[in-house]
Design a protein around this ligand. Structure first.
Ligand code: B4P
Length: 188
């Protein structure tokens, strides 16, 4: 059983690694960013609300995000475990997640933080902007996303370190090299 959180700044490679690692562990990949984007594409009320924040580089409010994750991890496929990609991102989300898991009589097993230089993440996101045109990958929005990350999400690593859950993994280098490091950190 594995309940894993994958953290790191925007562009650290969370989504890229999460797909491969979740498949390898045989657990669902739960990406709050992907769920928001699917709702934006479908034009749901959740998507319309989330898009306002995402396009500005801001976080979607905790109340919306927490309710969405609560529903997702209550699905039967998440019972044996899950890989959370991009959640939690705020202290309130950390507390909410711990509460949700306690209700199921479980807790997190691993928190992996991908560490990458700021210049590298900006370069990766601007490259993706050129290739895929994601509306939150413009230079101004990328800079704002990084500011929000350092203000609101970077402090979470101290919380998980204190709980003895945090393992930092070097996110520089090729996708394959980073995958090997993440799997080694998980003992997989
Ligand atoms: P996310 O979808 O989580 O976006 P992200 O932080 O940019 O990471 P992503 O997974 O897409 O990128 P990756 O690093 O894999 O969030 C988007 C927005 O949703 C947030 O800004 C926020 O508004 C909202 N949101 C999501 N979760 C939320 C929450 N919990 N609370 C509130 N709001 C929330 O990859 C980036 C690029 O790098 C890709 O092009 C990839 O190909 C490339 N890359 C990856 N690894 C590489 C490597 N080793 N070498 C070279 N390139 C690499």
């Amino acid at each position: 059983m594995s309940r894993v959180v994958l953290m790191g700044p925007p562009g650290a490679g969370k989504g890229t690694q999460a797909v491969v690692v979740a498949a390898r562990l045989g657990i669902p990949h739960v990406s709050t960013g992907d769920i928001f984007r699917a709702n934006v594409t479908e034009g749901t009320p959740l998507g319309i609300e989330a898009k306002r924040y995402m396009d500005a580089g801001e976080y979607v409010p905790d109340s919306i995000t927490n309710a969405m994750v609560r529903d997702r991890i209550a699905q039967p496929d998440a019972e044996p475990g899950f890989l959370l990609d991009g959640y939690p991102r705020t202290v309130a989300q950390v507390d909410e997640l711990a509460g949700m898991l306690a209700e199921h009589g479980t807790a997190l097993d691993h928190v992996i933080e991908l560490t990458v230089d700021v210049d590298e993440v900006v370069g990766r996101l601007l490259k993706r902007a050129a290739e895929q045109g994601r509306s939150d990958d413009t230079e101004d929005v990328v800079r704002r996303r990084l500011e929000v990350y350092f203000e609101q999400t970077a402090p979470l690593t101290a919380i998980y370190a204190q709980q003895g859950l945090l393992v930092q993994v070097d996110g520089m280098g090729s996708v394959q090299d980073v995958t090997a490091r993440v799997l080694a950190a998980l003992g997989a």
